[in-house]
Design a protein around this ligand. Structure first.
Ligand code: 5AD
Ligand code: SF4
Length: 476
């Protein structure tokens, strides 16, 4: 069945309404536990980017309030929720694989409830496939109405048929949803939603809607609450944080906002992502430099080193412009590390274009890079461009890129060896409880011997050994 929209309510009333559904479900779950001696369990999987991971924290918070307990075993769950991604085809194939498996699971466990949400669900072709081939799915909703999970669960319970509730655009921001943070000492905070950039390969603007910023007061309030709850580090999230605040009633620049966040007492570290090179201003570079809490690590995707390809990607900068920007950033903050996203095999990419990409990697010297093979996304302009690059050529280029990139990552990491760096201790190693893991300001993952009482503290660690993608250290 199609769920009717509830758009008339202001956000506070909407939150109240969902909290009522949560209480109703909680009572039912308590009655179930009283009868069976067993507590219902949920399994939650977030695919894709940090935005989805953060959305899942809210879904999990609501499920927790409903009286479900988390399980890490899908085969043990009464409620299964996949928060899907559609940025690349692989992510979608993974969901379909899981849905195939779930068909059998639901046969054996007919009371189990399966929910799908997130970016992939914003595409009509996907909804059609689910309607036709995966009728065992119970709940389907998208990126704009995540807060409606409790209501949709109730609707499903009453209707006994699949509930689809997909909105085409964003309505109100419902603040203060319950949430379970994946880490106690670091937290993600959405500062804006959606994207207006329409990079020609990217599906995100179609599934996450137009750019809209949250009010600075609401964000600052949220961060203060997090800090009061023990959080030391925040990651400010948005598809394009550099254009934060432009469309607010009282416009503010991201640089101005960063300075406000830097003033929050008790907060120790600030990170943000993702930055678009076209919007990275001198004002922001200055704010990064001035704000002592802002980590000197910048994620600055360049996607391709070829100005020709960048134009076709609709990125609005050239290779030279990007390199000049990096020069300014490094000049202002000599100890900064940079990470990036790179796409190989965009339509029309020639060997010369690809060599330009390798040249940028060599010149900038990244501490990490997220590397992707171009994936054709139906509905984007690039999907119908001529000269799609043959798979074998792309794979060969991808291998060559890693051969250039990995030694550079190793060398950049090597620069940290011998230094004593402050590390925010995050958790005990899963393999060895005597080993702690944490991150430096530069975002390097550090393993070092220590006990769990240090978790949540920022401690000085001497970096002793370079393992390319992480380092070993000794507590000083
Ligand atoms: N194919 C491959 N990579 C993509 N990205 C976005 N869309 C695609 C696509 N169609 C990559 C970009 C972006 C990151 C989040 O995902 O590099 O920065
Ligand atoms: Fe996609 Fe470009 Fe928007 Fe990033 S900036 S989400 S790559 S359209």
């Amino acid at each position: 069945m199609e769920q009717k929209r509830t758009t008339a309510l202001p956000p506070e009333a909407e939150l109240e309404r969902q909290m009522e559904f949560i209480q109703q479900i909680r009572k039912e779950n308590e009655a179930y536990t009283a009868k069976t001696g067993r507590q219902k369990k949920f399994y939650s999987l977030a695919m894709g980017c940090q935005m989805n991971a953060h959305d899942s924290e809210k879904l999990e918070g609501m499920l927790d309030e409903m009286g479900y307990v988390r399980t890490d075993e899908e085969t043990d769950a009464d409620f299964i929720i996949y928060n899907t991604c559609c940025v690349r085809e692989n992510a979608e194939l993974k969901v379909y694989g899981k849905l195939g498996w779930l068909k059998h699971y639901k046969k054996e466990n007919p009371d189990a409830v399966v929910a799908l949400c997130g970016c992939m669900m914003q595409q009509d072709s996907v909804l059609q496939t689910i309607r036709q081939k995966y009728r065992h799915v119970d709940l389907v909703f998208g990126t704009f109405n995540l807060y409606k999970l409790p209501e949709l669960m109730k609707t499903r319970e009453e209707s006994k048929s699949t509930v689809f509730d997909i909105w085409q655009e964003h309505q109100e921001v419902v603040e203060d949803l319950p949430s379970i943070r994946h880490f106690p000492y670091k937290a993600s905070v959405n500062i804006m939603f959606g994207c207006n950039n329409f990079c020609s390969y990217c599906i995100v603007p179609y599934v996450r809607g137009r750019e809209r910023s949250r009010n600075p007061e609401d964000i600052l309030e949220e961060i203060k609450k997090l800090v009061a709850d023990g959080v030391k580090e925040v990651m400010l999230l948005g598809q394009n944080v550099n254009s934060y605040g432009k469309t607010l009633e009282n416009p503010i620049t991201f640089a101005q906002f960063l300075r406000q966040v830097n003033e929050i007492e008790g907060l120790e570290r600030i990170r943000f992502m993702t930055s678009h090179p076209k919007d990275m201003s001198d004002e922001l570079i200055a704010a990064m430099k001035d704000c002592d809490k802002v980590c000197k690590n910048l994620h600055l995707p360049f996607q391709s080193g070829s100005s020709e390809i960048l134009k076709k990607m609709n990125r609005h900068y050239t290779k030279e412009g990007y390199l000049e920007l990096v020069r300014k950033v490094k000049e202002a903050m000599p100890d900064i590390t940079l990470s990036t996203d790179i796409i190989v095999g965009f339509p029309g990419e020639t060997e010369e274009d690809f060599l330009e990409t390798l040249d940028v990697i060599r010149q900038v010297r990244y501490c990490t890079a997220f590397t992707f093979i171009y994936s054709k996304r139906t509905g984007t302009p690039a999907a119908t461009m001529e000269n799609q690059v043959p798979e074998d050529v792309v794979k060969e280029r991808f291998g060559r890129m890693l051969d250039v990139l990995n030694p550079i990552v190793h060398e950049v990491t090597q620069e940290q060896v011998g230094k004593v760096l402050p590390v925010l201790v995050e958790e005990c190693s899963k393999q060895d409880a005597g080993i702690l893991t944490g991150r430096t300001e530069q975002n390097t993952l550090v393993h070092f011997a220590g006990d769990a009482t240090l978790i949540g503290q920022i401690v000085p660690v001497k970096i002793t050994e370079n393992k390319t993608f992480y380092v070993i250290g000794e507590r000083m």
